[in-house]
Design a binder for this molecule. Structure first.
Ligand SMILES: C[S@@+](CC[C@H](N)C(=O)[O-])C[C@H]1O[C@@H](n2cnc3c(N)ncnc32)[C@H](O)[C@@H]1O
Length: 229
């Protein structure tokens, strides 16, 4: 015998509840996994590695940005800002991140948005400055989080002055899609890039790719200039 109308409603209500519970569970797990990366990135050891290795690599490849007006995209809790001043010699650093919580931490490090640092919550795909605003843009591992990363490259190109330089450190496809890291960390999986794909995309956005380096196909470094036309 067929089920009554009220049976169907009760069944569809319980399916709905189950679906809500599943979605909540997936969301919670995703956020918690995101927390793993948060801890991996925001700890004193990572900051030491960023200082001793990551920044030095970019410095060796791209040189200093002396007295430059510089932007850092996806600045996290602001350790990169210190490096951009101390190792690269910037005069001012603007920096933003999509996550208000980490911008809050960066503001504790660089209080009050005064002097030579300006911080805000923002998206790399819409940077609120006119064309040709910055001498240099820094990216410490942000683009691999961005679904439409090619349009982020267009935006970075737009805000650089002609002759300006993009210092870019990235996590490559092999790392992002690795069966272990894919489960542990929370990254978009579709249309990620390897070394040559990011180089090609930089060229496609109009950059002149000056130098690149990679480590085990997992990490990549790129120095790309906006040509003077
Ligand atoms: C792996 S963390 C790196 C943080 C920092 N650059 C560092 O090296 O410590 C990636 C950062 O990119 C930020 N992010 C992700 N998508 C973004 C977007 N569309 N615009 C701006 N920031 C973004 C995240 O909130 C996160 O803080």
């Amino acid at each position: 015998m067929g089920r009554s109308f009220s049976d169907k409603i009760i069944r569809s209500q319980s399916e709905f509840k189950l679906s809500i519970i599943c979605h909540c569970f997936i969301f919670t797990v995703a956020m918690r996994l995101n927390l793993i990366e948060h801890i991996l990135i925001n700890n004193p050891l990572r900051q030491l590695v960023q200082y001793l290795f990551e920044a030095r690599k970019l410095l060796h490849m791209g040189g200093r940005a002396d007295n430059g007006h510089v932007l850092e995209i996806g600045c996290g809790s602001g350790a990169g800002i210190d490096l951009i001043f101390s190792a690269f010699g910037a005069a001012t650093v603007d920096a933003f991140d999509l996550d208000p919580q980490v911008v809050g931490r960066a503001l504790q490090r660089h209080p009050g948005n005064i002097g030579n640092v300006r911080l805000w919550v923002g998206n790399v795909r819409h940077i609120p400055v006119p064309d040709g605003w910055y001498d240099a843009v820094f990216n410490f591992g942000v683009l691999h989080h961005v679904q439409r990363w090619r349009s982020a490259l267009d935006e970075i190109y737009r805000v650089l002055k002609p002759g300006g330089r993009f210092y870019c450190e990235e996590i490559l496809k092999k790392y992002i899609t690795h069966p272990v890291f894919r489960r542990l960390l929370y990254h978009p999986q579709y249309d990620r890039f390897d070394q040559s794909e990011l180089s090609t995309a930089l060229g496609g956005a109009g950059f002149h790719v000056k130098d690149t380096a990679e480590l085990f196909d997992l990490y990549g470094w790129f120095i790309a200039d906006k040509p003077i036309k």
